[in-house]
Design a protein around this ligand. Structure first.
Ligand SMILES: Nc1nc2c(ncn2[C@@H]2O[C@H](COP(=O)(O)OP(=O)(O)OP(=O)(O)O)[C@@H](O)[C@H]2O)c(=O)[nH]1
Ligand SMILES: [Mg+2]
Length: 676
């Protein structure tokens, strides 16, 4: 079992395509954890092991790997960068102690780091930036650094700078040690700092020292006296400040070309804290300190359902030591006992059996049925519950049905397993249409889930955009008379009704009343008439949609002492309804949705234009939750919103979010009504 001080639990985070999976591969190869690096393009990386990731050349869930490097044992969590998968990343961040944010050497990509940085800052998780892809033509380190500092403040400081850039990118300069390293085909050699770079390096080094001096008075005095502080003092400050999330170092490199990997390993080992100094708090605010002995407290940060190997719950052990024999309970489910089916360490898709997992470790627990992501597992009576990460409401839905009708039960089982693995997905019945829907955080999230359904659980499904719950109504009133008379051998059937139809206000539904005088229709048939009316309206008007917002009165009729029955009155009522609707004609009502959209102010006009183009009616503007953000409230026809999650992202560099709520039904414009 490792000593807790040796452990580093690091998430590799950052925007889509920044090079995270490639960087993990480079780190593993650098430290000898894998003999040869794989590539994203060939689908041979350690952490993109799910077929859906390989097919789409992008990570679709978190992947785990570990490496031993000198004095430290590092667990790396490769996270998916695509915004749809952010909820998964959020959950796993609760299990790590620090994060490397990978960002391309392109200032226009910096805004895409906002969500993750905000989350790390909220959790005060120590982090650093790794400016990647410096080998690419057009790579611009200076502008990227400036954009990072502009976005996140002066405590974001370069500790390394590239030697050249683009095609001439050849290595890096370590600003604290004032040493330059040339990278030639993976061979690193120290060279003299190029003299033409000296002025820039001096400026950047001063910026670094000044930032450190904000937290160290001795250093501040030395700087004021014009002294050059000794390197060990700089290093010490950097370690303390980074571990306390006060300073955010910026490192440089190319994951693909293996440049800057050594300094990154070094930074992870030296600047980032071990679990020893990162105690967590339980839901009551009590500190959970990592100790090898004593009761176990662990929390599930991810669930993996493997068709063959079964279920695996990935946990972060906060305190205590788990062995395959340890007795654990699920504290989040009333202390239900759980049976450990094995203890493993994850390396991509490989599972390595473990004898014990001490405090601070991230390990897999096999076959824990009934245990979900977020659950606290502990020794019995530990009395500790860890806080869970609240997940965002889904923003995208598809209607889902099995391709084969007989697979209905199989589908609902498979959906349950799918949600077990990815709690950001939901399954529900749509309001008004009662359609079965799969909901997630975007089109890609949901389509990845349906691909997984087919592959892992062998259920082929049909999906389509959610049906829009159109309705019909009448705009004027009328009366209708229907007589139902049928003679079949013995008993006949007879019923005669006169119904009055009047429009009602929007949203009021259907109401029914009888105004029969003199018993021309006996009381016992009133419910049958009402049932006939309601069923006929619900089964659809001339356009085929349920008819609503009207008042129906039974005001006259006749009956036959022998032949009248409830069934015949119900039939007659239905006939009267159809006759009235045919004669009156109906208008189509469409559901209007209240949309609250939250966007960076710079993208506001685009977001508003988009809503207006969707026949949206802007209700108002409010300042956003963060500075530089705005909220727009609009009323938009539901029919226009099926791809809004994707379209809004396009209009807001991937940052916009929204919530929706059904507001009311309104008469659809003729063009829309004709098209449905
Ligand atoms: N030129 C260059 N290309 C790189 C570098 N790092 C990654 N790439 C390429 O960029 C693409 C995306 O790399 P990934 O490692 O999949 O990026 P990612 O951040 O894991 O992407 P997601 O998981 O989808 O968010 C791949 O084609 C890589 O080969 C780099 O340093 N230089
Ligand atoms: Mg990836």
């Amino acid at each position: 079992m490792e000593d807790v001080a040796r452990l580093r639990n690091i998430a590799i985070v950052g925007p889509h395509h920044a090079g995270k999976t490639t960087l993990v591969e480079a780190l593993l190869a650098h430290c000898g954890a894998i003999p040869r690096r794989g590539s994203v393009r060939d689908g041979t990386t350690t952490t993109d092991c799910e077929p859906e990731a390989i097919d789409h050349l992008q990570s679709v869930c978190c992947g785990f790997a570990h490496l031993a490097c000198g004095p430290v044992d590092i667990t790396l969590v490769d996270t998916p960068g695509f915004v749809d998968f952010f909820e998964e990343t959020k959950t796993v961040l609760a299990a790590v102690d620090a994060a490397v944010i990978v960002v391309e050497a392109d200032p226009s990509r910096v805004p895409q780091t906002a969500q993750i940085v905000e989350h790390l800052e909220m959790r005060t998780t120590p982090h650093l930036f790794f400016v990647n892809k410096l080998d690419r033509p057009g790579a611009d380190f200076d502008a990227t650094l400036a954009a990072l500092r502009a976005a996140y403040g002066p405590h974001v400081v370069a500790t390394h700078v590239p030697l050249g850039g683009g095609e001439r990118f050849g290595g890096y300069v370590d600003l604290t040690a004032r040493k330059a390293y040339l990278n030639d085909q993976g061979q690193v050699s120290e060279i003299d700092v190029p003299s033409q770079m000296q002025p820039v390096l001096d400026t950047l080094r001063t910026t670094l020292l000044e930032a450190l001096a904000d937290f160290d008075d001795t250093l501040l005095e030395e700087l004021l006296e014009g002294k050059d502080p000794p390197q060990d003092e700089i290093e010490r400050d950097l370690c303390t400040d980074c571990a306390h999330d006060q300073i955010v170092p910026v490192l440089v490199g190319s994951a693909q070309e293996n440049v800057g990997i050594g300094p990154l390993v070094d930074a992870i080992a030296r600047l980032f804290p071990s679990p020893e100094t990162q105690p967590r708090r339980d839901v009551d605010g009590r500190e959970v300190t990592p100790r090898a002995g004593g009761p176990v407290v662990a929390q599930v940060c991810k669930t993996i359902n493997h068709p063959q190997q079964g279920k695996l719950s990935v946990v972060r052990v906060f305190t205590g030591t788990i062995t395959p024999q340890t007795t654990l309970v699920d504290a989040s489910r009333g202390g239900a006992p759980v049976r450990l089916g094995g203890l493993v360490r994850l390396f991509g898709k490989r599972q390595e059996p473990l004898g014990a997992a001490g405090p601070g470790s991230i390990v897999g627990l096999a076959r824990l049925e009934g245990v979900c992501t977020g659950d606290t597992l502990s020794s019995p009576n530990a009395g500790v519950l860890m806080p869970t990460v609240p997940l965002a409401e889904p923003s995208f839905a598809v209607a889902i049905a099995p391709a084969q009708r007989l697979d209905e039960a199989k589908l609902s089982q498979a959906l349950a397993r799918l949600i077990d693995e990815d709690p950001a997905l939901r399954v529900g019945r749509a309001e008004f249409t009662n359609e079965l829907q799969l909901l997630g955080n975007g089109e890609v999230h949901v389509s990845t889930a349906t691909e997984r359904l087919a592959r892992k659980y062998n259920v082929d499904v049909k999906t389509h955009p959610p049906s829009v719950a159109y309705r019909e109504t009448i705009l004027t009133g009328t009366e209708a008379h229907a007589r139902y008379k049928h003679q079949t051998g013995g008993h006949g059937q007879f019923a005669d009704v006169k119904l009055r139809f009047e429009p009602r206000e929007r949203g009021s539904g259907v109401s029914f009343q009888e105004k029969i005088v003199g018993g021309v229709v006996p009381r016992q048939f009133f419910p049958a008439v009402e049932k006939g009316v309601r069923e006929a309206l619900a089964s659809g008007g001339p356009h085929g949609f349920p008819v609503t917002d009207l008042h129906v009165t039974l005001f006259d009729g006749t009956f036959h002492a022998v032949d009248s029955s409830e069934a015949s009155f119900k039939t007659a009522a239905g006939m009267a309804v159809r006759d009235a609707l045919e004669r009156l004609g109906t208008v189509v009502l469409e559901p209007l949705t209240r949309v609250e959209t939250h966007v960076p102010s710079a993208t506001l006009s685009g977001a508003v234009a988009q809503l207006t183009a969707k026949r949206g009616q802007i209700l108002g503007f409010e300042p956003g939750e963060r500075p530089g953000w705005d909220r727009v409230v609009a009323l938009v026809p539901q029919a226009e919103l099926s791809r809004y999650a994707t379209e809004l992202r396009t209009a807001t560099v991937g940052l916009g979010t929204f919530t929706v709520r059904h507001e009311r039904f309104e008469v659809a414009p003729e063009r829309t009504a004709a098209g449905v």
